[in-house]
Design a protein around this ligand. Structure first.
Ligand SMILES: C[S@@+](CC[C@H](N)C(=O)[O-])C[C@H]1O[C@@H](n2cnc3c(N)ncnc32)[C@H](O)[C@@H]1O
Length: 207
């Protein structure tokens, strides 16, 4: 899919559908919050939610007192949904419209969170560009929490083809600088009740 068609796809998703009418909707971002708690990430850490879209994760983080939050998405309407929902609290968040495969992080983050974004990168060059941004944007010792469709998960997400992973496959993709700390599976239930198998991994940047 060329860039313009891809942008158009995501713009229409966020302009045409209710936020809770997309397959990836979660009322509560429990798997992410549990992972941050289990991995003992304090709310004083900085965090970027890559491809965060209209996710409720930012609301929950603000609620927990996180005060250095960046939400990045490829299209502005995605972030507008979240900003509108948050009202005045939106001013506490750094909002970034960018294609993660074409973005030079201007600073480093302690936590890099990606739920259901990396799996859209079906071309090796896109994944290479993502890795570069990740490597530049993550602090040494920083944590990556990444969720993709599992090997037995759906072959498409939002109507687009995806690359599915298990923990070993994702570790191979990210390379030896990232040590796998933990992986787990989750069956996400869509708003219309079907199950989607996700593979979650936590990595630490070690070199
Ligand atoms: C399946 S949704 C997941 C949204 C959010 N992470 C969540 O869990 O609710 C994928 C999101 O990634 C964004 N996206 C897709 N490709 C992207 C890219 N190359 N760079 C940044 N964001 C991207 C889309 O606009 C969309 O918001």
């Amino acid at each position: 899919m060329v860039d313009a068609a891809r942008d158009k796809h995501w713009i229409s998703v966020y302009e045409d559908k209710a936020p809770d009418a997309v397959s990836w909707y979660q009322a509560e971002p429990e798997p992410s919050l549990m992972a941050l708690k289990r991995l003992e990430r304090a709310s004083s850490s900085s965090i970027i939610d890559v491809g965060g879209g209209a996710s409720n994760l930012v609301d929950a983080l603000l609620e927990q007192g996180w005060d250095d939050i960046t939400v990045l998405d490829i299209v502005a309407p995605a972030l507008e949904v979240a900003k509108l929902r948050l009202g005045a609290k939106a001013a506490k968040v750094h909002w970034q419209v960018a294609d993660i495969t074409n973005w030079q992080p201007p600073r480093k983050y302690d936590v890099w969170h990606d739920r259901a974004v990396f799996h859209f990168l079906t071309e090796a060059e896109q994944r290479e560009a993502y890795r570069e941004a990740l490597y530049i944007g993550l602090s040494k010792g920083g944590l990556v929490i990444m969720a993709t469709f599992a090997l037995d998960g759906p072959q498409k997400c939002s109507g687009l083809p995806v690359q599915r992973y298990d923990a070993d496959g994702l570790a191979r993709e990210l390379g030896p600088q990232f040590r796998l700390i933990e992986s787990w599976r989750e069956k996400h239930v869509t708003p219309w009740g079907s199950g989607q198998e996700f593979n979650w991994c936590a990595f630490r940047l070690i070199s």
